[in-house]
Design a protein around this ligand. Structure first.
Ligand code: NAD
Length: 308
């Protein structure tokens, strides 16, 4: 298949692009390198350094006539979306629509969109939710992801596209950068390498900190492979297991075979307490199930982190 991967120089998108190439597909990557890295690009794979909001990006889609557009390019920071909601919407809504509409006009059959289960559902009742749970976005980032989902739904209904929304849980693994507010696994591993104690944010109600559904990037890539020719609509992609921050820190230390002290700090405003996804629909319709539990995924990530 002829496929465009937007955000294909980033943490997840670059590994999706690589898996598509290895599966024999004809892949093109589009990325503005705002957070993606040149070193994540594959030799021999056409690369366009373009902003997804630009007319040139739409022209590329019009000229190439991709069968599938896999959309990973996005502004991914929740705090940045709070500080500058217009910038967030520019990329995450207008950028998506720019590629989606150009794809529709050029005859693209399928648009695969990386949404965020952690963000769009908002605060959860304390057990994993399935896709029937009503989204309650609690940040401009979550609103923009939800808007993208609704555009995909509209284009599927009105133009017959087989669009797929993958609502990821919290993704970790190879190539993740220790950003300030995302990527806690990458941050913890960085702390271990540097011998710098991490801070665990917690409250009286949540003495071990926030609970999240940590999902290994290899499983996320597998979902993107499955979505090439299976499924239509929205799918949760996670493990269904909620792990609190303190337990995660202990699991990271176990994977690394190292130990280090840690500090505690108060929870940050706006942090969701609990998030985990029920992924039974993806198992049935995409024939996808996560293959890595936390220990297995952390072991692979640590091996990559220390360059073995
Ligand atoms: N990492 C997670 O836990 C997680 C969870 C849910 C959803 N997602 C979604 O998965 C996707 C990939 O996230 P990631 O963690 O790999 O982040 P990332 O920052 O590594 O990847 C995003 C990529 O998009 C590119 N990009 C950003 N804005 C662009 C623009 N305007 N034009 C062209 N390229 C642009 C960046 O340079 C980068 O390469 C994002 O859509 C994100 O919202 C990630």
């Amino acid at each position: 298949m002829k496929i465009l991967v937007s955000g294909g120089a980033g943490f997840i998108g670059s590994q999706v692009a690589q898996a598509y190439v290895e599966a024999g597909h004809q892949v093109t990557v589009l990325d503005d390198l705002s957070s993606g890295k040149r070193e994540n690009l594959m030799e021999g794979v056409p690369f366009y350094e373009l902003d997804i909001t630009s007319p040139q990006a739409a022209e590329l889609v019009a000229d190439e006539g991709f069968e599938v557009i896999n959309h990973h390019a996005a502004q991914i920071s929740v705090p940045a979306s709070v500080d500058d909601p217009l910038f967030d919407a520019q990329g995450n809504v207008i950028g998506l629509l720019n590629l989606l509409d150009a794809g529709r006009k050029a005859g693209s059959k399928r648009f695969i969109f990386s949404s965020s289960g952690g963000a769009v559902y908002g605060e959860l009742p304390g057990s994993p939710v399935d896709e029937s749970f009503t989204p309650r976005p609690m940040s401009p980032y979550a609103v923009s992801k939800r808007a993208g989902e609704l555009y995909l739904d509209y284009y599927a209904a009105h133009y017959g596209m087989d669009n797929v929304v993958l609502r990821y849980a919290n993704v970790y693994g190879l190539r993740q950068i220790p950003h300030a507010e995302a990527g806690v696994v990458a941050i913890f591993m960085d702390c271990l390498v540097k011998g710098a104690p991490p801070t665990i944010y917690r409250s009286e109600d949540m003495p071990g900190g926030m609970k999240r559904d940590y999902t290994f990037v290899g499983d996320i890539v597998a979902a993107n492979l499955a979505a090439l020719d299976k499924g239509r609509g929205v799918y949760n992609i996670g493990t269904g297991v909620a792990t609190d921050t303190l337990s995660l820190w202990q699991a990271v230390q176990a994977a690394a075979g190292k130990s280090l002290e840690h500090d505690f700090g108060p929870v940050r405003a706006g942090d969701i307490e609990y998030s985990a996804l029920d992924c039974a629909k993806a198992a049935v319709e995409l024939d996808w199930r996560p293959q890595h539990d936390l220990a297995a995924g952390l072991a692979k990530t640590w091996t990559w982190r220390i360059g073995e």
